[in-house]
Design a protein around this ligand. Structure first.
Ligand SMILES: [Zn+2]
Length: 197
């Protein structure tokens, strides 16, 4: 038999409050715990009023634990529903990105800040395996063509967001200690700090 409506509301309010308190305590007292709990496929934000995020359907990229925590905080604060279109890139995936950009006629030296690493990777062009091997050798030397390879960056789809919402995404990301760049069809967020909760 269903509970009368006021009882359901009272119960729901109690559960929401308890969940909120537990979340706060978990994040302030034992931040390491938040690194082990989340699935990397998408999350709701705060227990009330927050937005949600999800990976683009069919995508295979990974997200580091501190990036998952960052995304949780980003949607909780902004209240937005966000789609993550890219996260961590292996050398293989980065090589594929380079090739895709070149096919679209993009100046890849303009796309990435480290010209010398781009030039080196392009020595393998158009052989995907060769480009992957060069990018891997850079990682082995502690050099990263993009923050995506370091695991410190995500791309957030802008399609379906208003200009104000895109601004809000960027401002909130900066508030949380990251850097944000509007790259047209996505906002690129990098230098994502650990310990965001
Ligand atoms: Zn990006």
């Amino acid at each position: 038999m269903p509970l009368p409506v006021p009882a359901v509301l009272a119960l729901a309010g109690t559960v929401a409050t308890v969940a909120w308190v537990r979340r706060r305590r978990a994040s302030t007292l034992t931040p390491a715990q938040s690194d082990t709990s989340p699935s990397a496929n998408g999350h709701t934000g705060a227990s009330s009023g927050g937005g949600t995020w999800s990976k683009k359907p069919g995508s295979t990229f990974e997200l580091a634990a501190h990036v998952v925590s960052f995304l949780d905080a980003l949607v909780a604060r902004s209240g937005l529903t966000l789609v993550v279109t890219d996260g961590s890139r292996t050398p293989r995936r980065q090589a594929e990105e380079l090739l895709a950009s070149l096919e679209q006629g993009v100046n890849v030296w303009g796309l990435y800040s480290q010209d010398d690493l781009v030039t080196e990777a392009m020595e393998g062009y158009p052989d995907l395996d060769a480009m992957e091997a060069i990018l891997q050798s850079q990682v082995d030397r502690g050099l990263y063509l993009s923050d995506h390879m370091r695991g410190d960056a995500v791309d957030l789809r802008t399609r379906g967001l208003s200009a104000d919402q895109v601004d809000l995404v960027m401002a909130t990301a900066v508030e949380l200690g990251a850097q944000a760049l509007d790259e047209g069809d996505h906002v690129h967020v990098e230098d994502i700090p650990g310990g965001v909760a």
